[in-house]
Write a protein of this length. Structure first.
Length: 121
């Protein structure tokens, strides 16, 4: 079910300052998504590639309320993973599957308390 770590997403209050630093250490911007919270506050996600093309990405987020590190796990089918893991009473769902630009996303809390963002088709 879990295929690979897609990225680690970290928060920044100053996207420009963060991008300048990560570029200086050899990373490059791969993609950018501008979004708006339910309260109408704009925020941005920026995916950064490491020089080693086989590596997962580092993602920067300016979301005003999500200031923790997110580990994003690639799955083949988010809805199927949700159905399978929902059978485990020790797994909690912080966000059920919903559509995004290139598939679906869901957020789970594993029995050990760690939170994972599942992304995929």
């Amino acid at each position: 079910m879990f295929q690979r770590m897609d990225c680690a997403c970290i928060h920044t209050d100053d996207l420009g300052k963060s991008l300048n630093f990560y570029r200086r250490v050899g990373m490059r911007e791969a993609w950018r998504l501008d979004r708006v919270t339910e309260q109408g506050v704009p925020w941005t996600l920026v995916g950064l590639d490491f020089p080693d093309a086989t590596s997962s990405q580092l993602t920067l987020s300016t979301h005003p309320e999500r200031c923790t590190i997110d580990v994003e796990i690639r799955v083949g089918d988010v809805k199927a993973a949700y159905r399978a893991l929902a059978e485990d009473p020790q797994v909690s769902w912080l966000a059920e599957p919903s559509g995004i630009e290139n598939g679906h996303v869901a957020v789970m809390q594993a029995p050990d308390g760690n939170v994972f963002v599942l992304i995929g088709a």
